[in-house]
Design a binder for this molecule. Sequence first.
Ligand code: GP9
Ligand code: MN
Length: 625
Amino acid sequence: MKEQIKKIVFNKYFYFILALILFWIKSYAAFKIFFQPDLENDTQGFILLITPISTALVFFGLSLFFKGPAHRVAVLVIDFVLSFILTANIIYHRFFDDYITIPDLMQFKNFGELGGSAKVLAEPIDILYWADFIILVILALVLKKAGSGSFKFKKRFAVGIIAAGIAVFFVNLTLAEEQRSDLLTRTFDRAKLVKLLGLYNYHIYDAVINIRTSSQRAIADSSDINGIKNYVKANHVKPSDKFFGAAKGKNVILVSLESTQSFLINYKLHGQEVTPFLNDLVSKSFYFDNFYHNTGQGKTSDAEFLIDNSIYPLPRGAVYTTNAQNEYHATPEILDQHGYTSVAFHGNHKSFWNRDIMYKTLGYDKFYPEKYFNITEDNSINYGLKDIPFFKQAVPILKKVQQPFYAKFITLSNHFPFVLDPEDEMIEPANTEDNVVNRYFQTARYEDEALRIFFEKLKESDLYKNSVIVLYGDHYGISENHNEAMAKVIGVDEINSYHHLKLQRVPLFIHIPGMEDQAKVMHTTSGEIDVKPTILHLLGIQTKDDIAFGADLFSPERPSFTIQRDGSFISGKYIYSKKDSTCYLQKTGDVVGNKQCKPLENKALHELQLSDKVIYGDLLRFTDR
Ligand code: GP9
Ligand code: MN
């Protein structure tokens, strides 16, 4: 018996296989016991089981290129590094409820500080995450003492093991993409990335993104900003005399209306209004009915980026995740110089869209994500806290924020797939063939009710009359996949690219208590890109030296024009679809020769290129404050 055990232990493959198995068990246990990601289905459970395997095969596979005892040393080094990464994340997660990112590591200027807090946060149980390493060290010493001789592995075997690891990774990736399409291009949430790719693959991904971002940054230099400055200056429009400073010193309350498109406003379903509160608000506000989103893959976060910076988000990926270390000159930072406090509220996890990090970069003083709210099974659905309890719980916090403030509220309930609990249904679903579209009206109706309650709560204190309230739809809610039903909804035979672009309109309300008598529906063609200079001008802050691509919505000089992230554009006269290269008359939808759209098409492309250059090159670091 003893001989048999000895034979197994002395087998040259034994140490390697043991390391693999122990590492796998440990990594899986760490997730099950410590990180506890919320698994929505069996596939996600299966993904969790296989993610450590790809890492183990690829990394431990490298040790197979070493001969004899050196192979065991290589296994130990690899296991040490992987265990270190795991424990570091566990300790970090204990405090931050998040995973480590590379820029995060860079921020700890001296490692002493890091070591200090790690000591406080480490717990005795963490030693268990080193159990495999300890076993492997002991075994290596025993084997050494027993004089296990020299051996080597076939190169083919080593390569085969690494290839198998890569194959498992691709299986993992395919399953992950099935769970969440565009996971890698759009990034979303670290918690989601780790859940679907595993901790180690996530770190590799994070490293690749960071290397790409910093190399783009490295090739830029200070002269690159000059052309952009000139362009922006040439396009700057003077603020309107009437509105400049009209809301000086007031608080700004910004509400991001999830997936809310303009066609909902004044729409009647089964003879009922879908958005009765907003419809009424139209008559008390400056309401922009030709206002478009300019977002790309970063959706809500792209909209937030546009609103605060008046710079376009990126053609692929979410600027909130790829370029959160850049220098910006966002509204919160500018308002800080005028004595404002900036805060943001959102009933979802803080790392979604990398908000926790990006908000600091943009100059928000405080972020109130999920953990500041009382969220239960009953008051949450889909992505998080329902809009009504969200506003109800947020207003008391807002009341304590030092005034004047710039406060952003990000709603959630009207999010795909538009699900509601029965008690929140306030209108019957629509009756198209498409249930997504049918339910959309119901979640929008619920959101409208939440806004009514929000205003009611604000009116209970002085906050209401001391604030300017800006409500904007963040991006479309109904994608092209639902064109058939949407054709019925908007009453056309078929949705062509003209209708599609018109459907990219989202509502914008600028509600200034005390100025209701001047309420007006404004028809200027515009977009999220224009909000920053508009707000700053209302507060009486000049923007002529700002690198901003938008133009004040109240300025009589502003051109009626806005761009879509794919290079399509909408102007007072034309609509151009980049996708099928068609030029339409804006008012009628009649197709006209492409020549007529060409000059503005070129302008749109040029403007997008300049804007992208600002972000890729991190060019705002070369401007003065
Ligand atoms: C998530 C929420 C939704 O926190 O903002 O983001 P979206 O999917 O609309 O971009
Ligand atoms: Mn959104």
